[in-house]
Every structure is written in structure tokens, then in C-alpha cells.
Design a binder for this molecule. Sequence first.
Ligand SMILES: [Zn+2]
Length: 725
Amino acid sequence: MMISPRLRTSKIRLLFISALIGAAVIAFGSIRPARAAGVGFGPSNPFYAPSPLPFQAPPFDKIKDEDYQPAIEAGMAQQQAEIRAIADDPAAPTFDNTIVAMEKSGQLIERVMAAFNGVTGANTNPTLQKVETIETPKLAAHEDFIYLNTKLFARIAAIYKQRASLALDAESLRLVEQYYDRFAHHGAKLSEADKTELKKLNEEASSLSNAFANKLLAATKEGAYVTADKAALAGLSEARIAAASQAAKSRQLEGFVLPLQNTTQQPDLVALSDRATRQAIFERSWNRTERGDANDTRDTIARLAQLRARKAKLLGYTSFAAWKIEDQMAKTPEAALQFMDDIVPAAAAKAAREAKDIQAVIDAQNGGFQVQPWDWNFYAEQVRKARYDLDDAQVKPYFELNNVLQNGVFYAANQLYGLTFKERHDLPVYHPDIRVFEVFDANGKHLALFYCDYFKRDNKQGGAWMSEFVGQSRLRGTQPVVYNVANLPKPAEGEPALISFTDVTTMFHEFGHALHGMFSDAEYPTLAGTATARDFVEFPSQFNEHWAIYPAIFTNYAKHYKTGVPMPEELAARIRKAETSNKGYIMTETLAAAELDMQWHLLPASAALQKPDPFEKQALETTHVNISYVPPRYRSTYFSHIWGSDGYSAGYYAYLWTQMLADDGYQWFVENGGLTRANGDRFRQMVLSRGNTEDLAKMYESWRGAPPNTKAMLKNRGLEEPPAK
Ligand SMILES: [Zn+2]
């Protein structure tokens, strides 16, 4: 095992949908006696031993809410005993008795956290939230126990020093280097006094992150737009209104409820024709965490930024960003800033052209106002319809969820990699909406289990994500059990789930992560699957989005849900053409969020406690993305990627960086014959199966034949267009 991303609810959130990966690896084989185990933990606890279910799938039919906490406590105690045994081993340090022993440690804690992260992310409740609040700082301290263990680090450093003479294979050598770098990165070289200080900072930061996440969940729920007046919802489809009515009922309210999504913009703003309703919803979104009530997050994030800057200083860095980016593909904040600065002018110029088109529609309708953020999507949709004659209501009947899944997402994986899928109804799930598929390789061998949980619930975090209940490792003899979660609108009882093309893209995206997990062919869990750098991990997912629109795939799934008639080619052509529409806005709102993230984390330790509102304004000014009609995709106070955990802090740029990789990578397929098994197998062999077993920049380059560049990314988003006439 190794520590960080697998234990804590570390989240990878995706660009357009926002995803969460907290890869969690599970155990196989001998569990050491849990003598140090917590009170109330014994064989009756379903986490006590590896799951007896096929592929060690979590026994959700046996797991009760009250089973988690004792298992987490026992898991930490057990791993601490394992780590002590390694650190205190009287034998001289060797790769096997230290590094491999660590890879085998922590199987109980990983097993329970994999299930716990799954349910707290997608199906939480007050009991689980309470456990999370209590255990999160303990898990942070547990991580410190490992990373700041002096005797353990001395052993790792000794092995690192002699690594050249140990005749290790390439993956093992990479593992040694990763261990050494990560320990150093976490402060293993600090003095004892500084280590104590670091532990204190980590614990406070972890508690604040947890407080932030709980405030945000409550604020987002309370931020829902509620009305008794059906007329205020003019423009929404009858199905959407029925869903709003159902949402009200489930909250014991009269009338209609439109729940908030986690982004600044809200999906219903595309359709709502009443400007006052749009403004009200937008403002509820924009101010959700700045109401001066118990869910206000301003003090929390200001303090968190300060703690992070202090932590970076303690570790010898000028800023948290400098510390955070060191082990990424970009290596320095300057490289990430430069990459963004190079795109800002083209993105802002495209957004300005789009604003002009939108204003023209408003003026033509004698609107008498300047476009505001709450108007943008409503009129952008009209521009899109006028220009591409594309109507969501016309398109959605061709995208029925199950059909998209089986004949689109799965079909693409079949054509590229030879995979086949068989639904299983015998494995327990944590909610009836979840489906389970067994995945087979081209040779008929079992490859993985795939769970999907697509519909929105009030007790599910916003966005979409992938993670694992069991991670792949040859050392542990485990095969992947991966899952995708999304927040697609649940249809009213008896209605089909008709989704937008954006939602289709989300499904392909998350499945791209799933493939990265399922194809993993690593010896060591620390280097397996999606356990790569943040500015690499969104590459396979965004790459996989390209197949959603690929003609041979698209024609296989885009069929009318009632008649089975394929989508008419001219409508399909309009969807393809519309792909660049509104991309200036999307790119700019993403850049604004990414620049905001970077500015918060470039603060030096000497900086005063910031006031989030003026800080935000200044940060957007400095980076040339303070554009009235394009607010950042996430405002500082509800930017859960960067505050809810530190997974994406100083790392939101990675979404754009990996877009570059995804588009540049897809370009390789275009240049080499597109959708073929040979191309898919080569990509799987050289990239998707490799996890973090080699240097990522080198891995990319040897597959692609050149370093990545932004050419395809700018072209695909229409950012190369000449200025509008
Ligand atoms: Zn993603």
C-alpha cells in the first residue's frame, strides 16, 4: 500500500463534470493478527477479512453504518503495528523487508476506506458524516505517523542510496524512487520540532477541509431554488417540472424544487425563460456559501490558505503551489502559469465573440439589457439553435441512458480493446440505482467488475467521478473493482432516462478513468492504475470522450428510444459542428477557476489572512480573466476541488493540461487510422496499463512519438477561428 490518495477521501474532480477518484486498494492473502484492533472489532465485522464475494467485491448487504468506525480504527492500529515491525526490524534494510513489506501493509484500512469513501461520496447520511468528521483528522495523523517515522525513512533512504547496485527491475526501481521522493515531500527530512509543527498544521488543515465539505454540502442543499409558482418555471420541459415536483415531495415541501449543482452555472438556466427566475437561481448558486450563516465558508478557506502557505514554508518552499507541483508533469507553478497565460488571450477572445453573438440576440428581441452570467446559457442555447439548429429536446430522445451505456460506452471499449460486458444481479449494492457488470477481456478472461451509479440524489456529492473498491496489484493478487458515479437527472417513475449529449460525454469521460483502472497491469499497488499525477490522470478520461462523437461509435448508439431509428445524419452533423460552440466561455470559466486556485496557493507564509471576496477579484484581475459575463466555474468559497481535500489544490490547471494531452493523443489515432484494435491495444499496452510505473512524460512521449502541444486542443475548441466578421 501507500498512503495518501488511497486512504483519505482524496478527490479528483473533472473539468466539466467534476470527478472524484480516491483509488483504494484492497487486500488479498494473509491479514496479520489484528491484536491492536479497536474496541468492538471482531470477526462479526464485515471488514474483518477480505470479502468472500467474487473479486472481493464489498459485501454491501452485510455492511451496516456502525461497522465502519471500528474497522477504520482497527485498520489504522493494524497498519501502525505493521509499520513499526518494518521500522524496528533488526535486519539491515532491503527492498523486500522494507518497500515490499510496506506495499503489503494496510490492507484492512484500505479495504474499509474504499467502501467508506464510496458510500460517503455517493450515499451519505448523518451517521456516516459524523464518522467522517471524527476519523478524517485521525487518518491525517495516521498518514503522518507513516511519513514522519524517522526510523522508517532511514531504511528507505538507505535503499534509495544503493538502488543502482540492487539489480531491481524498472518498476521496482521506480517504486524506490517514489517512496523516497514522497517521504521527503511530506517532511521526512525535517527536524523533530518541525515535524511536530507539521503534524499540527496537517491536523488543523484536515479538520478545516472536512468542515468545508460539510458546510458546502449543506449550503448546496439549502441553496436549492424553491417556488410554489409553476409559472416561474416556464421553459422547462414537463418531465423536468415533474422531477422538480418530486424533488419537493422528497423534501416534504409544497411546489417545486430545483436543486443546485456544484458549479457556478446551473443546468436549468439554459431553458428558463423568466429572467427573474434565472437571476434568482444564479444568485443562490453564487452566494451559497457567503450568506453569513453557519454554512459560510469564507473564514474556513482563508485560514486554510494560510495554513497551507505555512506548511510549504516549513518544508522549504516559497509557496504551497511550489510544493504541490514539484512531483507533477508540469514540475513548477511557473510552467503551469505560463501554459495558462498562453491560452487566456485566445479563450477570452473567443468568449468575447460569443458574447457579441449573444448580445445580438438579446437586442434583436428588444431585451434592453447587457448580457449577465444568468443570461448566458439561455441565449447561448438560442445562438446554438440558430447557428446549428440544435435543440436539446430534439436530441435527447436519441440518448437513452442504458442504450448509451451498452451500445456507446461499452461498444467503444469493445471496438478498441475487445472488451465484453455481462450484467450481474447477484452482487450487493449500497443503493438500488446501482448496476454491476462483469468485464471480460478479448480472450474471454475475467478482467474487472464495473459498478455504475448514475442518478442524482440529495445525499450524493455533486459532479461525477470514478474510484475503486479494489485496486489491481499482482503482488496482492487482486483484480480491479471500479465504479463510476454521476448526477444525471433521474426520470420520473416510469419515464425513460433521456440525457443530453453533455451527459453522454460525461459517461465516456468517467469510463475513460474506469479503463485506466481496469487495464492496470502493475506489480505494486502504489504504482497501479489511476495512481498517477494530477496533471496526467485526466488524460485517459478526456481522451475517451473523443469516441462519443466518432462516427462508427455514434451511429451505433444514437438511436431513438421509441423507434430505434438512428439519428438522422444531418442532426448528427449539427451536433458535431456544435462542438465548438460556447467553447470560449467554457475554456475561460475553467481558466478563471484554475488561475484563482493558483493565486490562492501562491500566497507566501508571510501574507496576512485574506478576505476571500477582494482577494478573488484581485486574483482574477491579475490573470486577465476578470470578465463580467464569464464568472469562474467555481467561486473560491465553493471550490471543493481545492478546499474539500488538498487533492486538487494548486492542481486545477491539470484539467486544461490533460485536455492538451487528450486532444494531442487523440490526434495520434487520427493520424494512424482511427478506431482499430491495433491502435487500441497499443495505447493500452504503452499507456493505459502502465499506471505510474514509469516517468509519465517519457511514457507519453514514447507512445506519441513527440512531446504534447496545444495545437489540437485550440483547434478542437474553435480557438483558432479568425475574429468574427
Ligand atoms: Zn475525470
